[in-house]
Design a protein around this ligand. Structure first.
Ligand code: ARG
Length: 560
């Protein structure tokens, strides 16, 4: 049931073509205050068209709106305000949630379609950065949201496991490396070698040539170089897996950049065949109309990040036949993806229209971008572990007899970290704050989880039985506020998919939690009269909170 749509349909008829349905839909607002109704249509634009005052127009329209879903229509301050029929809407919403349960808020637009989602994609031999964390949790949530819309989702971790930096690393390891140390803490040690390489190369530029040569050997399949590379990759992946395990995140494919090494010649051939490859300064590039040229092959014949992404896109289309393909990668790579899509278009691949770069804001420290170059990094694994420890300490203090404490602490600590990221609009920059990430009160994941656990406890205590036949009789204003939030859940899911932004769902869950906690504070839910009716509302809240958290990649413990 979509009351905004019904309102718009009625307005379209009344206005008889003066505004299109899309225009009307985009104009309908949510009134600032509850007493002004549930939905409002501003008449200021119409006033210009009709050369009449907004007041007159809103009064005229008000006379004509006749929709059973609305119990009252009112003209105020140039707006047409409509009030939902509470009894009718309450019954409809709750019955829908009871029949659909966790399927509530599902859509079918993606049925029979495939979407590939490229996310996380950290770089081997480097720490898993906060930026990669953003990509990981946004991408994971978008995968779940896409599935909720019926899409067949392929989750791809395009590991950064190829490129000149591996040549440098091989040189550094052979010069200064220690096998035991690398085994003990691979990422730390490999990063240290990488940093040392850059320091030394400033003094002795010959090292850079050695690095390039080593990468060339690697691209040509040299045994020693390959063995070292494989070892670095395995050790790094083991470390990354610890993080994915903690976060509860999985992928369908770990084909990283290296996977495309033997598929690159094909791309170069294709570009040559189509006459797109031109020489520039000894390198091979594709000229683009609206962007700087896309570099395909360096002077020494080695390939680049962009070349590998071209090969990957073609491989994904050939293998998964995707309808849509999205890349959850930081803002700073916007140009790269524009170039990538433009080259694919030049190649005549119409499927590139389904490709989207989903950028996100940076994690800042004191207003500046955090850098891994200098070797100063926050180790993500430690942050997650700290969150879990804190959650455990919380439980020990408040609920020491809780069964399965460790598991629940893990769900809550991880929930705090994921929610902290996803509640922010995707494009917002986030100031890094360990304290904020580990906060459990206020607008946090644990707050929503706690609200869910509170609802679960009420259902247990009240012996809720859904099967009994009862009338839904909820008249309190607090209950109505909850119904409205429940009603907006499917819309939030839809908006999250359209804008590829999970924060829509996070915000909806916060509003629902607040409405429910108000209800809890002011209504004696377990008092006998109407108990089952009130519990049915609690059941609906619990169902939606749990499903909403799931869509963000967060678990909802029954007790905490
Ligand atoms: N490894 C890259 C980085 O950390 C991100 C890769 C994103 N995916 C892609 N297909 N380019 O910057």
């Amino acid at each position: 049931m979509n009351y905004k749509q019904e309102f718009a349909n009625a307005l379209e008829q009344i206005l008889d073509g003066v505004l299109s349905l899309e225009e009307i839909l985009s104009m309908i607002e949510k009134p600032k205050f509850n007493h002004m109704g549930d939905s409002a249509f501003p008449c200021f634009q119409l006033a210009k068209i009709y050369r009449q005052s907004p007041k007159t127009i809103s009064e005229e329209i008000t006379q004509k709106v006749n929709v059973p879903l609305f119990e009252k229509v009112e003209a105020t301050g140039g707006y047409v305000n409509v009030f939902l029929n509470k009894k009718y809407v309450t019954k409809q919403t709750l019955e829908l949630i009871f029949s659909e349960k966790e399927r509530y808020g599902s859509f079918h637009v993606g049925c029979g379609k495939t979407i590939t989602i490229d996310y996380s994609s950290p770089n081997i031999a480097k720490p898993f950065s906060m930026g990669h964390l953003r990509s990981t949790v946004i991408g994971n949530s978008l995968s779940l949201i896409a599935e909720k819309h019926g899409y067949h989702v392929i989750r791809i971790n395009h590991l950064g496991d190829w490129g000149t930096q591996f040549g440098k690393l091989i040189v550094a390891y052979k010069k200064w490396g220690d096998e035991e140390k690398v085994k003990r803490s691979p990422i730390k040690e490999l990063l240290a070698l990488y940093v040392k390489f850059h320091e030394e190369a400033e003094k002795d530029p010959i090292l850079n040539d050695l690095g390039r040569e080593a990468f060339k050997l690697l691209e040509n399949g040299d045994k020693e170089a390959m063995d070292l590379w494989e070892w670095f990759r395995d050790e790094s992946l083991k470390e990354f897996m610890k993080i994915y395990d903690l976060l509860g995140i999985t992928f369908d494919s770990y084909h990283g950049e290296a996977f495309y090494n033997d598929k690159m010649e094909q791309v170069v051939d294709l570009l040559t065949e189509k006459g797109l490859l031109v020489e520039s300064d000894g390198a091979n590039v594709v000229q683009l109309e609206n962007f700087p040229p896309c570099l395909i092959k360096k002077r020494d014949g080695t390939t680049l990040y962009a070349t590998r992404d071209l090969a990957a896109a073609i491989y994904r289309q050939d293998n998964y036949h995707f309808d849509k393909s999205i890349y959850v990668v930081g803002n700073e790579q916007t140009l790269h993806f524009k170039q990538l899509f433009a080259v694919l278009e030049k190649l005549g691949f119409s499927w590139q229209k389904g490709m989207t770069h989903v950028p996100f804001g940076m994690i800042l420290r004191d207003g500046k971008k955090m850098s891994t170059r200098k070797g100063k990094v926050v180790l993500l694994e430690n942050v997650i572990k700290e969150a879990i420890q804190l959650a455990l300490a919380n439980i020990e203090e408040k609920n020491p007899n809780l069964i399965d404490k460790e598991e629940i602490a893990k769900q809550v600590g991880v929930g705090a970290i994921i929610f902290h990221d996803l509640k922010n609009g995707r494009m917002n920059d986030i100031e890094f704050s360990l304290e904020d990430m580990l906060r459990f009160e206020g607008e946090t994941g644990p707050y929503v989880q706690y609200t869910h656990a509170r609802a679960a406890a009420l259902l247990r205590k009240g012996n809720y039985v859904r099967e009994t036949d009862y009338k839904i009789e909820l008249h309190d204003e607090e209950a109505w506020q909850i119904i409205k939030e429940l009603l907006s859940f499917p819309e939030a899911i839809e908006r999250a998919m359209l804008g590829l932004d999970p924060s829509q769902i996070a915000k909806c869950l916060l509003d629902l939690s607040k409405a429910f906690n108000k209800y809890y504070a002011s209504v004696k839910i377990l008092e006998e009269s109407h108990k089952q009716d009130r519990l049915s509302l609690v059941f609906a809240v619990k169902t939606v909170l749990k499903e909403g958290l799931r869509l963000l990649g967060i678990q909802a413990p029954e007790q905490m």
